[in-house]
Write a new protein. Structure first.
Length: 512
């Protein structure tokens, strides 16, 4: 197992490990380990426990909340060398893809597209036809590792239809803070819920206290999951590495649908929101993604820098919706086109004001458009950071109920427009979850953005929203977790943590 010890070597040889996409930094760890096997991982954790040293788990560090940012003097465990797709087990005729935690999402996509030509033998893959199955969570950033996405319960455009990461996890292998191991499985539908007791592979019985709340019904990634019918596996999904290391993952693959998509332009937020309301009532819609005027102008301004060419937008375009439709029978989309065209016209748009994503080249163009925005925002932030080191993107991650979404969004927009800060808002309108990205360029704008963010979170909570629907809390959103749940509920989450990691050695500083 590769290890790099000593602050100076770490700073010199792997400086990027000191931050994630949030650009937040906390300190230099004294040791970075790259386990290759579960035994390596167990040894590192046992050793860290024996020396009373906290550990930080590091995936691909595409996280935006500092969760994978190590603290000064800790031990960092990077999963990049645990990166093999292990096997495909066929459970009741359905494929479960078994992966190491460091396997990236793009690796899974490439494997499923061409399993027969994979560079190494994967038992069970001989029954898998090319492109027949897919793994639905698509959190935009395909370099993310499976372990990181499970730890944050990541989700993406198609979570509107297929649910977040949580909906696709069949089981997890875990290594606890003392090096003991355990496997937690999703029970079959209709089986009894979890009795809150876990028996480890060494035979220790851990009793995990119940939480005094149910997780919100809206999309949410803040705090531990809690519901009367949850499985043990649900507790670990989205726990941000504070309960155990994820050392193996079984994902239930889904039959790959044929997806048709389109990017439709509108003249205002309201027109786009009205069309989204129409789509919510339609069957077989897989994604409803929104782009505000700031997002379109941002692409216009910086399109020259994009690797893939994106055509000019229609002149009157102010906002856009990227929609996806599952065509499970050839020609099905044609049967609904008339109804959709009527809805589009009533929202001031039409199929003429739509870029279609039907063939591969068109799909690729829409894909580039969708993926360009967050990366562009991040690269502008990186540029602004050159003149002021503290600069970072301040991005909201709140989701709302259908009833609260529009009033909350309008209030947020009024506050942001009054502030005069540069911003772009885009995201998962189908889940009533739009990321508002504030883009400061000076220290004064950064202070204004941070103050405004506090006000936006207070507003989100007043409207029954969540402070994080998909990015998690990490190290930089902790105060909002308290504001959302209250001191008592957070104390109960800390008791859950203490039942599994009594000394708080795993990912110290995350969540609490
Ligand atoms: C351009 C861009 C777009 C994005 N879009 C989305 C989006 O649409 N939806 C979304 O959900 N997210 C999005 N993200 C955020 C990010 O990709 C996700 O949070 C992702 O899940 C992080 O995966 P990672 O491997 O990079 O994890 P990291 O950032 O390395 O870690 C995330 C957390 O998981 C913990 N962790 C990592 N591996 C393990 C393990 N094996 N065991 C236990 N804990 C572990 C870390 O300690 C940390 O707390 C985006 C990021 C970028 C840069």
């Amino acid at each position: 197992m590769k290890q790099i010890a000593g602050c100076a070597r770490i700073r010199e040889e792997i400086p990027d490990i000191l931050h994630d996409e949030s650009r937040f930094e906390s300190g230099v760890p004294s040791l970075v380990c790259f386990p290759e096997t579960i035994e390596d991982l167990q040894n590192v954790l046992s050793d860290a426990a024996a020396h009373g040293r906290g550990v930080t788990f590091i995936g691909a560090q595409t996280g935006t909340t500092g969760g994978a940012v190590p603290d000064e003097g800790t031990c960092a465990i990077a999963f990049s060398a645990m990166n093999r797709i292990r096997t495909i087990s066929w459970e009741e005729g359905k494929p479960v893809l078994v992966c190491d935690p460091g396997v990236t999402l793009d690796t899974i996509e490439r494997f499923l597209d061409a399993p027969a030509t994979w560079p190494y033998q994967i038992p069970g893959s001989e029954k898998l036809a090319p492109g027949a199955f897919f793994y639905p969570p698509d959190p935009t950033e395909m370099t993310a590792q499976l372990g990181g996405t499970v730890a944050t319960n990541a989700s993406g455009a198609r979570s509107y239809r297929f649910g977040p990461t949580r909906s696709h996890i069949a089981w997890l292998d875990l290594v606890l803070a003392d090096g003991d191991t355990i496997t937690v499985r999703r029970s079959r539908e209709g089986s009894a819920s979890w009795d809150r007791r876990l028996t480890t592979d060494r035979g220790t019985i851990l009793t995990v206290p119940a939480l005094p709340f149910n997780s919100p019904e809206i999309k949410n990634a803040a705090g531990y999951f809690s519901s009367a019918t949850m499985d043990a596996v649900d507790l670990f999904i989205g726990s941000e590495g504070t309960l155990a290391a994820i050392s193996g993952i079984g994902i239930a693959l889904q039959p790959a649908p044929t997806i048709l998509s389109g990017l439709t332009f509108f003249g205002s937020n309201d027109d786009a929101f009205n069309f989204a309301d129409f789509l919510q009532k339609e069957a077989d819609v897989a994604a409803i993604e929104f782009f505000d005027n700031g997002s379109l102008r941002f692409i216009d301004q910086y399109r020259i820098r994009l690797p893939d060419k994106i055509p000019e937008f229609p002149k009157e375009a102010k906002t856009a919706i990227l929609w996806e439709y599952i065509e499970d029978q050839p020609g099905k989309f044609e049967t609904i086109m008339e109804r959709w065209e009527e809805a589009l016209i009533s929202c001031g748009s039409s199929f003429d004001a739509t870029w279609s994503g039907f063939d591969d080249a068109e799909k690729e163009r829409l894909h580039s458009f969708r993926h360009a925005l967050p990366e562009m925002v991040n690269s502008i932030i990186a540029e602004n950071k050159r003149s002021c080191r503290e600069i970072r993107k301040i991005g909201t991650d709140s989701a709302f109920s259908a009833a609260e979404f529009r009033p909350a969004y309008s209030e947020m927009m009024r506050m942001i427009e009054t502030s005069g800060l540069v911003f772009a808002a885009f995201g998962h309108l189908g889940d009533h979850h739009i990321h508002i990205n504030l883009i400061p360029s000076t220290p004064e704008e950064l202070s204004a953005a941070l103050k405004l963010y506090d006000e936006l979170m207070a507003l989100a909570l007043r409207h029954g929203g969540t402070v994080s629907a998909e990015h998690g809390i990490g190290k930089i959103k902790k105060k909002y977790l308290r504001a959302m749940y209250g001191e008592e509920a957070v104390a109960a989450m800390c008791r859950v943590r203490a039942a599994l990691d009594p000394k708080g050695m795993l990912n110290p500083g995350n969540l609490f």
